[in-house]
Design a protein around this ligand. Structure first.
Ligand code: ZN
Length: 238
């Protein structure tokens, strides 16, 4: 059983009628519904209660944190961003969705500005450019997403370990839409689709990708401490 924690700031779906009509119960509930109860234990938190849950003891129990944020990145405390970063270094998986590219924990793990180009209302063709990667398992050559928000290069991230998906937009822009990183013992997946006013998280292929990503980022051995041992040579007497 994998323990998944979904953070969604949950602002647009309350204040923007367009977002509310697509995700009446919040993006976090649409994301939670991706996962079956038999294999995953999923909990959701929002900006209103995140500080109560994001403690060291609680995060120790979490295998994967999924993050959706947009308007309230600055409201997340620096201490909690550092705590999340340290949990990733110890092996907790992190999946950052869409506008989460500017979330404090992600920016701090990347060490770059994580800025990009954007424009609302575009058609995206999401190309599977790494079909043997576990996150692309059972995903076809490309998906068409009508009405996604355009995110374009240059995306200021460090060179990813892998680019799994590349987006093309009808305005001509391209984007590294699905990228992986390892930091310490942890695995990170950033995934671009998921603007709040379009029903992307109900798309079966997108759901499959997010599920694959959870399985991939949690396929690591966690450690209680960030490794930095001073040790004798292993092979001295052999
Ligand atoms: Zn957006």
């Amino acid at each position: 059983m994998k323990n998944i924690l979904i953070y969604n700031e949950y602002i647009s779906e309350k204040n923007n009628p367009e977002a509310k009509s697509v995700y009446p119960n919040g993006i976090h509930i649409a994301l939670k519904n991706i996962f079956s109860d038999e294999d995953y234990n999923v909990n959701c938190i929002t900006l209103e209660n995140y500080a109560e849950f994001l403690t060291e003891d609680y995060l120790k129990t979490i295998d994967c944190l999924i993050w959706w944020g947009h308007l309230a990145h600055e409201k997340i405390s620096d201490d909690i961003a550092i705590l999340i970063k340290n949990c990733v270094l110890k092996g907790m998986g992190l999946i950052v969705l869409h506008s989460g590219h500017m979330a404090k924990p992600f920016v701090s793990l990347m060490g770059t500005s994580c800025t990009l180009k954007w424009r609302e209302g575009d058609k995206e063709i999401l190309w599977n450019v790494n079909p043997s990667h576990p996150i692309a398992k059972d995903i076809s050559e490309y998906l068409i997403l009508n009405g996604e928000e355009m995110y374009g290069e240059y995306f200021d991230i460090p060179k990813p370990d892998d680019v799994v998906f590349a987006g093309w937009f009808s305005g001509g822009e391209v984007f590294r839409s699905g990228v992986t990183f390892s930091r310490g013992r942890g695995r990170i997946f950033y995934f671009q689709p998921g603007h709040e006013t379009v029903p992307t998280y109900y798309n079966n292929d997108i759901k499959k990708i997010i599920q694959n990503a959870v399985n991939w980022v949690t396929d690591v051995k966690k450690n209680d401490v960030i490794d930095c041992p001073n040790t004798k040579p292993v092979f001295n007497n052999r």
